[in-house]
Design a protein around this ligand. Sequence first.
Ligand code: NIG
Length: 383
Amino acid sequence: MSTLITNIGELTTNDERGTVSNAAVVLDRDRVAWVGPAAKAPDADTLVDAAGRAALPGWVDSHTHLVFAGDRTAEFAARMAGKPYTAGGIATTVNATRAATDDELRAVLRRHVDEAVSQGTTYLETKTGYGLTVEDEVRSARIAAEYVDEVTYLGAHLVPPGADAESYVELAAGPMLDAVAPYVRWADVFCETGAFDESQSRRVLQAATAHDLGLRVHGNQLGAGPGVRLAVELGAASVDHCTHLTKSDVDALAGFDTVATLLPACDLSTRQPLPDARALLDAGATVALATNCNPGSSYTSSMAFCVATAVLQMRMSVEEAVRAATLGGAKALRRNDIGVIRPGARADLHVLDAPSATHLAYRPGVPLTWAVWRSGLLVRPPR
Ligand code: NIG
């Protein structure tokens, strides 16, 4: 079945066509088959009239933690009353996750994936990291793979309370990694004070490389540190957070193809400063925006919120923010068939109930999603 979506007032393609006015797109099964001016569009089995609305590639959310159970409202409330965020809060979710059944974890994961998709997210990464035993990490990876596009092993999220750090690193870089590797494409570490130091992070990442996993790093979230430098040195696809960067971190990111993934909803929710997106972009680094949806530091699935924040508070242009939330995420996941609307790309299209993408920042907080196709399926019918 092919679908022609026509009368698109403003189409963001993220390829050499740039932004096209009065455009049309044909989706054929799971691929984009044709892109061009509405006046020249070929016929298709089904026709959708966008009536001048704007369309863009579906959001690529390249950083989430959705395999969890439990609730951390009280921690959030305490933070809003002045208590600082620390890595230690992760342990609350670890306890609840271990206690949950597979079906309970599935239900939470599915609810958040559906919530994201209904807001225009068409490609999702998620991580393990709330299990922290071999059995619970394998279980998290297996369940994640049932619902999301990309799964990351984050056994090195926190040293579980009561465990010895060195023995835990040995486990996370050894038997735990061996057991989880068949279910995941990526490995990540939380390289931060209170989590894993540089040498512990390096051990886990090098072991993951030996398993042919791609690398990602949580770095420079709560303070300046070695995360960015380590990610660049080891050729990680992405270093995520980048809230506290030195000039040499920015230069390193500009000189290599490790993507700087910014998570502004997390910074707001943990009362951190917002990352210096301007310094990164002006230096030539590739920037992605993602939600970091998780129950502790960033409980939102809204990519539109991240885009609005990036424009309103981080001095990114609308074009830069939309690109970072689509093509930037694709680059952070080393995919070239998503985050772009061109023939052959995955049929992931997001139509806004607005005449231009500028409305994402001009009307912050307003649900603007009108229709969503995910891999060719109409997952959010026009409203
Ligand atoms: O990306 N920084 C480490 N991990 C998550 C937080 C998880 C949590 O607090 O539960 C993050 O912010």
